[in-house]
Design a protein around this ligand. Structure first.
Ligand SMILES: Cc1cc2nc3c(=O)[nH]c(=O)nc-3n(C[C@H](O)[C@H](O)[C@H](O)COP(=O)(O)OP(=O)(O)OC[C@H]3O[C@@H](n4cnc5c(N)ncnc54)[C@H](O)[C@@H]3O)c2cc1C
Length: 389
């Protein structure tokens, strides 16, 4: 097996790393504190062409694959942009470029893809509802087809960036649960243009990923043209499942990269903080757990690379992608927990940034997919165990 990356892939790693390092931790700390969108970072990414990495060349993008996309997301987080910086790329790549280019009409591609390449469109996804979290089939938001458009009513919860996004990849029922044989039927995906379709948002005060921001979104007779359907009407689940597969690669990239960044911070501290006349890193109780986190992160990186490669080569990434998201979340949280232990009291100071990473990295054990749901999937589909729900 050859793990050597191409010249172009190595260049992407280097270029993103250099660009991201222009935004120090003070920048992200302030954005977190003020819950402020990282516009300067996003503008810099777009100016260097990274917003359009997955956009085909004919629409002004770089026309690259999910493998290169995972490199970009990983390197952003690996070099200090953390969850907000990595996740912002992920939302544009997956809920924007990937969903539209793979499943959208030519009109949607012409409308959105050039704007993504210019960095002028950012995206959200809306599946969670107050009544339906991990069980997407229970959603109640309904889109009624009427004279060339859909009239949408319902509410979504936890929608990252909805207050700021240009497009929301929305999941709605187009058939009621009672009308379909299987509950996965009767769902449809829409690309809702937030400038054309009216909806209300309300911020949810949150401790994780604060620069991006979480929202309730209310649809009240919101009109969406029928051309905005992504994929096929009533068959949305099969398209959403593929979007979720791509999202698993995204979250694994960001978690692994951010975990590695935090281990570096803790390792530097362990080399330099002197207690009882010697660096704390010379104590096995500090040294070994840091070494252990490095091993877990490296294992996560390997699963991540395999998932990204399966995706990029058109093979089914669902199992490996979910495994990668799971182990990346566990490894990254283990890393930040050990970083706090290494920093001692300073781990709780806002100025060391560790507490911010702690709040952010805990998220991936719960969202976008809670660890229990990955275990349900692996138990059933890999081990052939009975369903647990
Ligand atoms: C910061 C943040 C950002 C988010 N961004 C978005 C976004 O942009 N778009 C969006 O649509 N959603 C978003 N979410 C929502 C997120 O995807 C959900 O919170 C997550 O899927 C869990 O859903 P829930 O909170 O409703 O939990 P619930 O579905 O209520 O589940 C609660 C707990 O019970 C467990 N559980 C439930 N059923 C079972 C079972 N059968 N077996 C074992 N365990 C079970 C779950 O794993 C979970 O741990 C975000 C959430 C957060 C916190």
């Amino acid at each position: 097996m050859d793990f050597t990356e191409t010249e172009e892939q190595r260049l992407i790693r280097k270029s993103i790393a250099e660009l991201v390092k222009r935004f120090p931790q003070e920048y992200w700390r302030e954005k977190d504190w003020k819950e402020e969108f990282p516009q300067e970072y996003w503008d810099a990414m777009a100016e260097h062409g990274w917003s359009g990495l997955l956009v085909p060349e004919e629409y002004g993008g770089a026309g690259l694959t999910m493998y290169e996309a995972h490199i970009a997301m990983y390197e952003a987080a690996r070099n200090g942009a953390g969850l907000p910086g990595g996740d912002l790329l992920m939302r544009t790549y997956i809920f924007g470029s990937y969903a539209i280019n793979e499943f959208g009409s030519n009109e949607l591609k012409e409308k959105w893809l050039p704007r993504i390449a210019e960095g002028k469109a950012i995206f959200s996804i809306g599946h969670t509802e107050p009544i339906a979290g991990v069980n997407t089939f229970d959603i109640e938001t309904f889109a009624e087809h009427r004279a060339g458009e859909y009239i949408i009513n319902g509410q979504k919860m936890w929608i990252t960036l909805a207050h700021r996004a240009d497009g929301i990849l929305l999941v709605a029922r187009t058939k009621h649960k009672e009308e379909v044989k299987r509950r996965s039927e009767g769902l449809t995906l829409f690309m809702v243009d937030t400038h054309e379709s009216k909806m209300k948002t309300a911020r949810i005060p949150t401790v994780a990923m604060r620069p991006l921001g979480e929202n309730m979104v209310y649809f009240e007779d919101t009109r969406v043209p029928e051309e905005n359907v992504i994929g096929e009407v009533d068959k949305g689940w099969q398209y959403l499942a593929r979007v979720f597969n791509a999202e698993r690669v995204g979250t694994a990239s960001v978690a692994t990269g951010a975990g590695e960044f935090v281990v570096d911070l803790a390792t530097d501290y362990a080399k330099n903080r002197v207690v009882f006349g010697k660096p704390i890193g010379s104590n096995q109780a500090i040294n070994f757990p840091l070494a252990e986190t490095k091993i877990y992160l490296e294992a996560a990186k390997l699963l991540l690379q395999k998932a990204a490669w399966l995706f990029a080569t058109g093979q089914d990434p669902s199992i490996v992608g979910n495994m990668a998201a799971y182990i990346a979340a566990e490894a990254a949280f283990r890393a930040v927990d050990q970083a706090i232990q290494t920093y001692g009291g300073l781990g709780f100071s806002i100025e060391t940034d560790i507490e911010r990473y702690y709040r952010d990295l805990r998220l991936f054990k719960t969202a976008p997919i809670p660890r229990e749901m990955v275990l349900n999937l692996i138990g059933r589909r890999v081990l052939g165990l009975p369903r647990t729900f």
